[in-house]
Design a protein around this ligand. Structure first.
Ligand SMILES: C[S@@+](CC[C@H](N)C(=O)[O-])C[C@H]1O[C@@H](n2cnc3c(N)ncnc32)[C@H](O)[C@@H]1O
Length: 296
């Protein structure tokens, strides 16, 4: 690979050319587009200004900042952590390395929960493993009047989620709980009173972890990714632990990994207490969401 030479004239245009080359040479898939986003961020301009201000000199401190952002991306850090945000269901969520970057397929969980919601009913919803808060915040913002509880084992993730809730005006609409799966609900008088438990739990098996893309494996939190030897350990625990809290006909809605549907389906049958589960495909045709309705 040819070494990249820093341009002598430190203009906006020269910076853009250098940044694009650096990302493309590093094999970043959409390097040219990402260079534009990173420079918009560093220079605090819109993309068209990168063109219209191409001949303007870049102050030394801004040039150094842009260089450091590009270096982080070249080292494989996800773009979203560098920019500090990710869009989910049309809302912007702050992210940092203590939370998983929200994925588009997780929007399916929101769609299904909203679809099942009965208008006028003041539902109680629990989001288990809230991370950046994308599910809890979007649901609280969409189903105004619903009682939403958000749980995570990571105190740092809860801080990010609360910040996102504040940004979207639903901080007070959500009850925040720190702890292991549904354990924080004990003693809250919620037995038999929860309409929906929604979760995108960790579901990578220990065996599959080494094969994940480095961007995910090296930068996203292990706690958010890895479940255990099988990958379905959290699904099993949630299927078991949800039953005492759900109302009769209440729903447990969980995201799963590719190839896990049969195992999760069987877990629901073996544990019992649920009607036959529904499986929902994502845009790529992968069975991505399982919906288990409590009998009664
Ligand atoms: C796959 S991430 C999902 C984050 C977010 N809900 C989303 O969809 O982007 C899983 C989340 O579960 C949390 N978590 C892991 N183990 C947990 C446990 N035992 N109890 C509660 N939360 C847990 C992680 O900290 C992480 O935030």
């Amino acid at each position: 690979m040819a070494a990249l030479v820093m341009p002598e004239l430190k203009t906006v245009g020269a910076l853009l050319i250098w940044a694009r080359q650096a990302l493309l040479q590093a094999g970043v898939c959409h390097g040219a587009q990402e260079a534009t986003w990173l420079l918009e961020h560093a220079l605090e301009v819109r993309s068209h200004q990168l063109v219209s201000q191409a001949d303007q000199l870049v102050p030394h401190s801004i040039w150094a900042l842009a260089e450091s952002l590009i270096a982080r991306r070249v080292a494989g850090e996800p773009l979203q952590y560098i920019l500090g945000s990710q869009e989910f269901c049309g809302l912007e969520f702050a992210v940092n390395p203590s939370v998983l970057i929200p994925r588009p397929e997780t929007e399916l969980l929101v769609r299904e929960v909203v679809r099942q919601h009965r208008a006028g009913h003041r539902a109680t919803l629990v989001d288990v493993g809230t991370g950046a808060g994308c599910l809890a915040v979007t649901l609280a913002a969409t189903l105004r009047g619903a009682k939403v509880l958000a749980i995570d084992r990571s105190a740092d993730a809860l801080q990010v989620a609360k910040r996102n809730a504040a940004t979207h005006g639903v901080l007070e609409a959500i009850e925040w709980m720190h702890g292991d799966l549904l354990a924080p609900l004990a003693g809250c008088g919620l037995e038999g009173r929860v309409d929906v438990i929604v979760s995108n739990p960790p579901y990578i098996s220990e065996r599959d972890m080494p094969g994940l893309q480095p961007e995910v494996r090296l930068f996203e939190p292990h706690l958010a990714l890895v479940s255990g030897p099988l990958g379905t350990e959290f699904h099993r625990r949630l299927l078991q632990d949800a039953l005492p809290f759900l109302v009769p006909q209440g729903l447990l809605v969980m995201e799963m990994g590719q190839g896990q549907a049969a195992a999760v389906h069987k877990l629901a049958e073996d544990i019992g207490g649920y009607a036959p589960v529904d499986l929902i495909d994502d845009a790529a045709g992968i069975e991505r969401v399982v919906m288990a309705r409590k009998l009664g």
